[in-house]
Design a protein around this ligand. Structure first.
Ligand SMILES: Nc1ncnc2c1ncn2[C@@H]1O[C@H](COP(=O)(O)OP(=O)(O)OP(=O)(O)O)[C@@H](O)[C@H]1O
Length: 285
């Protein structure tokens, strides 16, 4: 069990973000309050452009809010720090390093000795099912494997919080489902706090303890939904009545906002009675 379990609490208080685009200042995020408790898995979903990545960038320390305060364990976040590890959609592995060397890279910078680096890297690679590939180069791996190495590499530096921005967005749907199972398994072992950004409602339900739903731009928190599914989670749960009800609830909340995000240009009534925003349509928005 991770000894830092009681740490890794994130809190965003009254966050406002304004950006300038084409000479116009606009409100991107408005009055956002959210928190992640130590060891909790929290997702943020919402329509495109509502400010999900902006919130993650604030927590990562890449961006300062125009107003409001972001804290980790009670301390104001002022910039990037290894205690907050970030995993993006694009794999950012060093192509000239082997898999285990990639995983050891951050630990080496932290001054961790060779034997400890190797042992930790091998343990984490084992958890991610990647030990047989420790001596491969990144371009010998599939997309899903590369992204697993990216997650392992971030975990190797012992962050207290893992920040993930659409980490499986570039993967095909089958690989994505397998990756969700691997991530939930690893998280269960590691018990680190996670803030996870996704467009995918099923993914958010499957992985999370709580899901925040954002409104269309300017993004505010529209709803906070606890996910009362037992752990460990498995693929069969996605067919359970609880899962299905949560899916319906979240889909309906996001659908309203996705329509609003389209600027009111689309009036669903104008499509006639045969027009539906079905599972395949808005489900993943
Ligand atoms: N640095 C910036 N300068 C100006 N505008 C920005 C900047 N970063 C983001 N924006 C704008 O702020 C809004 C929120 O962007 P953000 O990327 O956070 O949304 P998102 O919810 O993550 O979107 P998506 O789901 O499409 O990735 C968007 O309209 C975006 O174009």
């Amino acid at each position: 069990m991770n000894s830092t379990l009681q740490q890794g609490r994130l809190e965003l208080n009254n966050i406002q973000v304004q950006f300038t685009q084409d000479g116009h200042r606009f409100q991107a995020v408005s009055n956002v309050n959210l928190h992640v408790e130590p060891g909790e898995f929290v997702s943020v979903v919402g329509p495109s452009g509502c400010g999900k990545s902006t919130l993650l960038n604030i927590v990562a320390g890449f961006l300062s809010p125009s107003e409001g305060i972001a804290t980790m364990d009670g301390k104001v976040i002022k910039g990037p720090n290894a205690e907050r590890g970030v995993v993006f959609q694009q794999y950012s592995l060093f192509p000239w390093l082997r898999v285990r060397e990639n995983v050891e890279f951050g630990m080496k910078l932290q001054g961790v000795g060779r034997a400890e680096r190797e042992s930790k890297a091998r343990t984490l690679l084992g958890l991610a099912g990647l030990l047989p590939f420790e001596n491969h180069y990144p371009d010998q791996l599939s997309g899903g494997m590369k992204q697993r190495v990216g997650i392992v590499r971030t975990l190797a530096t012992s962050p207290r919080v893992l920040l993930m921005d659409e980490p499986f967005g570039a993967l095909d749907s089958q690989t994505r489902v397998v990756m969700q199972e691997i991530l939930t398994h690893m998280w269960q072992q590691w018990k680190i706090s996670v803030l996870f950004i996704t467009h995918d409602i099923e993914e958010a339900i499957f992985l999370s303890d709580r899901v925040y739903v954002m409104t269309a731009r300017p993004g505010r928190i529209k709803a906070e939904i606890p996910i009362d599914l037992p752990r460990p989670r498995n693929a069969a749960m996605t067919a359970s009545p609880v899962f299905t009800a949560l899916h319906r609830q979240l889909k309906s909340l996001i659908r309203e906002e996705s329509l609003a995000a389209m600027g009111g240009e689309i009036d669903p009534g104008s499509f006639g009675s045969n027009w539906h925003l079905g599972e395949e349509g808005m489900g993943a928005l």
